[in-house]
Design a protein around this ligand. Structure first.
Ligand SMILES: O=C(O)[C@@H](CO)OP(=O)(O)O
Length: 401
């Protein structure tokens, strides 16, 4: 038996007025997910433990079977594992976004945050900007490392885990009240604006009408994580396919195989087919038992508040990932169980995450069901199946309960 998770980041949503009070999942043309839903258990899963913040860190740990209350020690330390930075016990890892602030004459505190992703800047351009920041601001206490696209890393030697606001939670707002209380971190952010706003890369971006990448933004602080190995825990050899350091870092921590897919970049235009084919290969040719395919695009489109592109991202996931994996597995004749779900909702109305339960499909090629339901939030709720503890989902997938 082979085991597959397809994780559509932020795919769940709420009814939207312009969509006749339907959700993007209800409106999207998803014949593959609907076919699977008919043959499967359909239900709702709570991936965010009560009282915890609805981050992709917490939710994906849960879907991989790690109780966030035990294993969560911050987002950035997980990403550091993927970036290859070995944290000392006294190091604090902090996510260092490159964001777009309003390019006006107002003091830093009065600027508005326009985009947490600087127009999904390329890693190549971002690396040049992080280098410019590093030259001016790095010292014995603060070190800067390049991650992927707008997502980078700062290590604060002998620092503290302090509460910092994720930039995607405050899009369109004046930043003053959301800046770090820690003065040193705030100063680094302020100085970064002076370094970056008129950097040649940003002058070019302005000319091209692209969002400028003119400030760093700190959030997601934490300490070195300690995950039990996935194989020890589940007696399954597991592999991870994702564009983002968060998921790749969780996999490094869990001693899973990390598969790099060329062209997988976390955007709407990622290499969907490449991810699907890499998953099939690791299961059928390399004989791994479990693969986790993470697709970031629906979440990013949610953060952008772009309903048409969120629908597109869901349709791409359906036709260019799930369909390919399903058909290749069927053709191989190997039995498999397939779990399709988001980690959390990223509703268009709020452009950030919520803690609501998410719809899941659990398919078993050896026990096909014959139901009438389709894959969406409303029908998943109507079935009455509920998984209260998201971190038990893998046990369901492995049929271990
Ligand atoms: O990587 C990030 O900065 C965030 C926002 O895009 O991702 P997610 O919403 O998946 O936590």
């Amino acid at each position: 038996m082979k085991y597959i998770v397809v994780l559509g980041d932020g795919m769940a949503d709420e009814p939207i007025k312009e969509l006749d009070n339907k959700t993007p999942l209800m409106v999207a043309d998803t014949p593959q997910m609907d076919l699977l839903a008919k043959k499967s258990e359909l239900g709702l899963a709570y991936t965010i433990p009560e009282g915890m913040k609805p981050g992709s860190d917490t939710a994906n740990l849960a879907v991989l079977g790690y109780n966030p209350r035990i294993y969560y020690s911050g987002r950035s330390p997980l990403e550091a594992l993927s970036i290859g930075v070995d944290l000392k016990p006294t190091d604090i890892a902090i996510r260092c976004n490159i964001v777009s602030l309003s390019d006006d004459d107002k003091p830093y505190e009065e600027k508005t945050i326009l985009d947490h992703s600087s127009g999904e800047i390329s890693t190549k351009d971002a690396a040049v900007l992080i280098d410019a920041v590093r030259k001016e601001l790095e010292n014995d206490l603060y070190k800067f490392y390049v991650g992927t696209s707008y997502r980078h890393l700062t290590i604060w030697d002998q620092g503290e885990v302090i509460d910092l606001v994720p930039p995607h939670d405050i899009l369109g707002k004046v930043i003053g009240e959301y800046l770090p209380e820690d003065n040193a971190l705030k100063e680094l952010m302020k100085k970064s604006y002076d370094i970056l706003n008129n950097h040649p890369i940003n002058i070019e971006r302005k000319e091209k009408g692209l969002n400028v990448a003119n400030s760093i933004w700190f959030w997601g602080a934490g300490t070195r994580p300690a995950l039990t190995s996935f194989e020890e825990k589940n007696h399954k050899r597991g592999a991870m396919i994702s564009a983002v350091d968060l998921l790749k870092g969780i996999a490094v921590g869990a001693k899973m195989k990390v598969i790099e897919v060329p062209g997988a970049d976390g955007t709407l235009h990622t290499n969907y087919e490449g991810k699907a084919m890499a998953a099939v290969k690791v299961l059928l040719e390399d004989d791994y038992d479990f693969v986790y395919i993470h697709v970031e695009a629906p979440d990013e489109m949610g953060h952008q508040g772009n309903v048409a592109n969120k629908i597109k991202a869901i349709e791409f996931l359906d036709q260019r990932v799930i369909k390919l994996v399903y058909e290749a597995m069927k053709k191989s004749g190997v039995d498999f169980r397939l779990l399709v779900m988001p980690d959390h909702p990223t509703p268009i109305w709020c452009r950030t995450h919520t803690s609501d339960p998410v719809p899941y499909i659990l398919y078993d090629s050896t026990k096909e069901q014959d139901n009438q339901w389709m894959y969406n939030e409303v029908e998943a709720k109507a079935t009455g199946y509920v998984v209260d503890k998201g971190y038990e989902m893998v046990n369901k997938l492995f049929d271990n309960q």
